[in-house]
Write a protein that binds this ligand. Structure first.
Ligand SMILES: Cc1cc2nc3c(=O)[nH]c(=O)nc-3n(C[C@H](O)[C@H](O)[C@H](O)COP(=O)(O)O)c2cc1C
Length: 260
């Protein structure tokens, strides 16, 4: 699928076909996509545990639910639990030196093994890794980058995906999560039982509401023709039609025996 089409087609899927298994190869493609995400100091901030429905018992699945993660958890054949690793700095200096040796961090920009030891690692990465607030921020951004690449790879593979909260204490115990991993999000994966695009794009505020040019207070102005081009390439698509969506929800409720 074309890149812009993938972005446009992605919507949170909440109704999965529980009887249509997901090919493990497609899960690996998602993990490979996550593994290619950009990352500070080439560290492994991001961890994930892939769990298939039969891996856990019904009681544990039930305990993993939260007020905002309900029936979607019952319907999804695969759950990917994403975590951030607070021990990311370990081996950081060696990984930076590897980038220096490869020329990814060039000498033209001041990089050398000494610079890594004395400045980049010694003055930046290591002190940051000892500051819980700064580390949590850094790890969270890294996870967001990787998770999004996995989401988009899933859409490209014809899968439905969505991110959800999960009861992290239950997951820690059930999955044997180490203490230095902090919970991020649960990614539900499966083939959509609903419209593959979730019934249309969700409302978003225009760029001018959030993006600025030159300085804060000067909203970005749409450049004529750009949105038309994005509609043609599939990044911008029709918004949800509430009547059609309600009809679809009624049908899905009947199919899965869900309350309306
Ligand atoms: C980080 C994150 C956490 C989310 N958590 C939940 C959740 O706990 N339960 C839920 O139903 N939806 C959750 N969502 C889905 C959002 O509600 C959804 O993104 C929203 O409907 C916007 O639509 P879109 O993702 O289809 O574009 C989450 C989305 C993100 C990005």
């Amino acid at each position: 699928m074309e890149f812009k089409q993938v972005i446009g087609d992605r919507s949170t899927i909440r109704f999965f076909d529980p009887d249509k298994p997901v090919e493990p190869e497609k899960i690996q493609i998602m993990l490979e996509a996550a593994n290619r995400s950009s990352r500070a100091v080439n560290a492994d901030f991001v961890k994930a545990v892939v769990v298939f429905r039969d891996d856990l018992d019904d009681e544990t699945w039930e305990k993993l639910k939260t007020p905002t993660t309900t029936v979607q958890l019952d319907l999804a054949p695969v759950s990917i639990f994403w975590y951030g690793d607070m021990s990311f700095a370990e081996g950081g200096a060696a990984r930076l030196k590897e980038l220096v040796d490869l020329g990814a961090l060039p000498t033209t920009h001041g990089w050398s093994h000494t610079y890594v030891d004395e400045v980049a690692f010694g003055q930046v990465v290591e002190p940051m890794s000892k500051d819980v607030m700064a580390s949590t921020w850094a790890v969270s951004v890294e996870c967001g980058l990787a998770i999004n690449q996995a989401l988009l790879a899933a859409v490209d593979e014809g899968l439905g995906v969505g991110l959800h909260a999960f009861e992290s204490g239950t997951a820690k115990e059930a999955l044997g999560i180490p203490d230095h991993w902090i919970p991020m999000w649960l990614m539900l994966v499966g083939y959509a039982a609903e419209d593959r695009k979730g019934g249309g794009q969700r409302p978003r505020r225009p760029l001018e509401a959030n993006y600025y040019l030159h300085k804060y207070g000067q909203p970005w102005q749409d450049i004529p023709g750009v949105q038309d081009g994005l509609r043609k390439s599939g990044m911008l698509q029709d918004p949800m039609d509430p009547e059609k969506r309600q009809q679809e929800i009624r049908e899905l409720a009947e199919r899965f025996g869900l309350p309306l």
